[in-house]
Ligand binder design. Structure first.
Ligand SMILES: [Zn+2]
Length: 474
């Protein structure tokens, strides 16, 4: 009897396992509401740096944490492109949208330049409505990898033509741009978009209420490639969260059964290309406000919602610490209240209005960065800044620091680099790096992301949870 029981037990267990496997297979979870949030350039040190910055600013430990660092599934993934260990946003975005490696500077194409379907295509096929939201231009690299196939991301004429032909239902960005940020280019394409049936809005609340299946929401700063940096924002300025809230409201009404939404914190990368730490941390906080808005939706639909937060690549080679010390003095950065670009504008305005004396310039650096006031300046540092002022600002020699997206005043750059040095926040480059990047997942199907190793794995997992499959040639 005892022996019979021992023989029967394994069969019994096998039957349970088999029936469980069948049930699991039959009930492959479906993500009805998918939120895909991309922090452009947001490496792990940027994320951790933001939390330390917040804590140093006096936030409680709970407030200082970014919402997504609390997600149950987290990991790291490689970000290299098909042609370089150092990816650009076009290739990294293509990997994240389609599940294939691309060449740098190419959108929606594999390394053989074959067009590939994206998660926006999967959404359309599976009956999801979709929104693509970014705080940089709607025809910039990361938004467009979801609907454009182009071998040159800078062919703005063709990229924009494909943008207005896309089947996305809600498209939001700062503006429509070309490489030189020409207003007539944006205006012409916005008119073309209207002809193609887009309803174009400058008001988030009006866009949210629209009944159209093609809604384009642009910030009111036509011909500015980006909206204002979050650190420079005033009340009433467009923020990423305004776009996010409008898109959620629109999709809840227009697609209550299922929708897909991509949100890009594109401005993080802009600040990082300038090596502007405080501005980049405030940008990450700004993107976190959108993640919090998504989590409010998640709380209402916890069994049907998937939230994936990723970075496309790391920018700046940012390190927390340096100079062979064990110190990180983040308090040196918390008095900076403008971006490097805004400080450049302030300094150039002083010079242009004949008020560029050393006393006035020093007063501006105190007001904008806290130097000589909350942040002590040694006599050697004072001398160094004065020499830069004299050589670059007064005599106009070597007076610009040009990054990918900005042309900054040398003195603004050097003053912010001095703050970084005092804080022991260090940089290795003004471009991207090959550092692996973090991902964070919460919600239905999150457990299927635990084995993600490379950025191409992410869209494959998301597509499966939407009932589709990637990668796939178009
Ligand atoms: Zn970049």
């Amino acid at each position: 009897m005892k022996r019979k029981l021992l023989v029967a037990v394994p069969f019994f267990l096998a039957a349970i396992v088999a029936s469980f496997a069948i049930t699991r297979c039959e009930s492959q979870p479906e993500a009805k509401y998918v939120f895909y949030i991309i922090g452009d350039g947001m490496g792990i040190n940027q994320v951790r740096g933001t939390e330390i910055y917040n804590k140093t600013k006096g936030m409680s430990p709970e407030e200082a944490q970014l919402s997504f660092t609390q997600f149950p599934v987290q990991g790291f993934m490689t970000s290299h492109s098909g042609t370089s260990y150092i990816t650009d946003s076009a290739a990294a975005g293509t990997a994240l949208a389609t599940g294939v490696k691309a060449r740098n500077d190419q959108l929606g194409l594999d390394v053989n330049e074959q067009p590939h379907a994206s998660l926006a295509d999967i959404a359309l096929e599976q009956g999801y409505k979709s929104a693509i939201v970014s705080n940089v231009a709607a025809n910039h690299a990361t938004p467009t990898v979801f609907f454009v196939h182009q071998s040159n991301r800078k062919d703005y004429e063709d990229v924009t033509r494909q943008t207005i032909e896309c089947k996305v239902n809600f498209l939001a960005g700062s503006s429509i741009i070309d490489e030189k940020d020409n207003a007539p280019f944006g205006e012409r394409w916005i008119e073309n978009a209207k002809q193609e049936g887009w309803e174009v809005f400058r008001s988030a609340s009006e866009a949210a209420e629209s009944d159209s299946d093609r809604v384009m929401l642009l910030a009111d700063t036509l011909a500015r490639e980006t909206m204002r940096y979050a650190i420079d924002c005033h009340d009433g300025d467009f923020r990423l969260k305004h776009f996010t809230d409008a898109a959620i409201k629109y999709l809840k009404r227009k697609a209550p059964e299922k929708f897909f939404m991509m949100i890009e914190g594109g401005h993080i990368d802009y600040a990082l290309h300038n090596n502007d730490a405080a501005a980049s941390f405030v940008e990450i906080n700004d993107m976190n406000e959108s993640v919090k808005a998504v989590l409010e939706f998640y709380e209402q639909h916890p069994d049907e919602t998937l939230v994936v937060v990723v970075a496309d690549h790391e920018t700046g080679g940012l390190h927390l610490g340096g100079y062979n010390s064990y110190k990180l003095s983040m308090e040196k950065l918390i008095h900076q209240n403008v971006s490097m670009e805004q400080l450049t504008t302030q300094l150039r305005h002083l010079r242009a209005t004949g008020r560029g004396t050393w006393e006035n310039v020093k007063a501006q650096l105190t007001e904008s960065l806290g130097l000589w006031d909350e942040v002590a300046v040694t006599p050697e540092e004072d001398k160094m800044l004065h020499q830069i002022y004299q050589r670059s600002y007064v005599e106009g020699r070597d007076n610009r620091v040009v990054s990918l997206y900005a042309d900054n005043e040398r003195l603004a750059y050097e003053a912010i680099m001095l703050l970084a040095k005092k804080a022991c926040v260090t940089w290795t480059t003004m471009t991207h790096t090959g550092a692996p990047v973090p991902y964070y997942v919460k919600g239905v199907g999150a457990e299927s992301f635990v084995d993600v190793r490379d950025n191409t794995d992410i869209p494959k997992r998301i597509a499966k949870l939407m009932g589709g499959s990637l990668p796939r040639k178009e």
